[in-house]
Ligand binder design. Sequence first.
Ligand code: OKP
Ligand code: ZN
Length: 322
Amino acid sequence: MGGMTTTGLLWSNRYIEHDTGPHHPERPARLSGIHDRLEKAGLFKRTLAIEPRAVDLALVARVHRPEYIERFRQRVERGLSYIDTQECPLCPVTFEIARLAAGGTLAACDAVTQGQVRSVFCAIRPPGHHSEADRAMGFCYFNNIAIAAEYLRHEHGLSRVAIVDWDVHHGNGTQHHFEADPSVLFCSIHQHPRTLYPGTGFEWEAGTGAGAGTTLNCPMMPGSTDEHYYRAFDRLILPKISEFRPEFILISAGFDAHTDDPLANIELTTEAFEWMTLQTGRLANELGCPRIVSVLEGGYNIDALADCILAHVESLIALPPA
Ligand code: OKP
Ligand code: ZN
């Protein structure tokens, strides 16, 4: 298989245009920093370039209330400086770039389902996993991964989609959207909610109604290391995915559990992200579902972020063919 392009890279310089102001951790430099590192490693040559498009708002409306979508659009149009919280600042193109972020994940899903590549990493911002049906939260405006999962279910007709969220913060928006839905498995590993934003993601949050059992939360104590994460993956997350037998795996790939990240207190090395990627990919092969789309969420130390993304994409490329 030498030389065959198996991995796509969704990239657009337009994601740099979402301007969060001078002191915000979720800043444009996150992406420019990644670019230089990936370029030097030759990654743009070893992956298939995938271009984003602006998401159709009807697809956003599967996840967000039309009132919220309209309020977001209008606040940007009126030049207001934030939406719902000052942690979610607005600039003149925030609405447009948020549409491009969600649309990017859909373009990635298309490339994978059409068989152009077996996996895609989406280097997008703003992130999405905290945003709820009717509000922006924690740097997130549109829930990119939830919009992608709904798209796979309804536009591509899939029956079972698994989401693995290893951002250090709990993906509250994603969990709440799929909590009662048995067709989407949501597994999150994050710093314990008693010690970190957003304060949800306890292990007893395990799904509701028909969705009972298709939410899995693995809260991790501050100071947790690679070994603690490996144990949670081996004992809880991988068996859960196995049992669910997904047709497609989406990763909410935040890299802020890295030990050098300024926003949290988990102590992962770069190798842990490589390991989690390889384990997820190998399991996907075993299940006969090699299709993976990974979507950037957090990661706020730019050097660590670039290292981790490089390791993550290299691991996607290195996965044995299904
Ligand atoms: C976004 B993502 C408490 C500060 C919390 C929000 C952090 C959002 C992280 N007032 N700040 O999950 O990386
Ligand atoms: Zn995070």
